[in-house]
Write a new protein. Structure first.
Length: 106
């Protein structure tokens, strides 16, 4: 599995815009065949900061996400609302150890 944590800092005046655009991206992403999980997290002590927690079955699923129309729409819409460039960090999953175990916690 591939896990990506995308760290986003949004300008205060665009927080609600970002949430709306990201909700649409979330709804479409969870329908992708390679997507196992897509969580959108907002920081408690700084509501302008978000983490997108994305889990894909493999690298191909992660790459396919970047080719979707809904991702391109989201990327282009939110870019001017960012206080700083978003930062994506990829991780490999240690536990659970396999896809079947992950599916049981979904």
């Amino acid at each position: 599995m591939i896990v990506a944590c995308v760290y986003v800092h949004v300008k205060p005046e665009h927080v609600e815009d970002f949430i709306r655009a990201t909700e649409e991206n979330h709804r479409n992403t969870i329908l992708e065949p390679g997507s196992l999980r897509f969580d959108v997290l907002q920081q408690f002590d700084d509501p302008t900061r978000f983490v997108l927690y994305e889990v894909y079955g493999d690298e191909a699923g992660a790459a396919a996400h970047k080719e979707t129309a809904h991702y391109a729409k989201w990327r282009d819409a939110v870019a001017p609302w960012m206080a700083a460039p978003r930062r994506g960090v990829k991780h490999r999953t240690l536990f659970p150890e396999n896809d079947d175990a992950w599916k049981t916690v979904r």
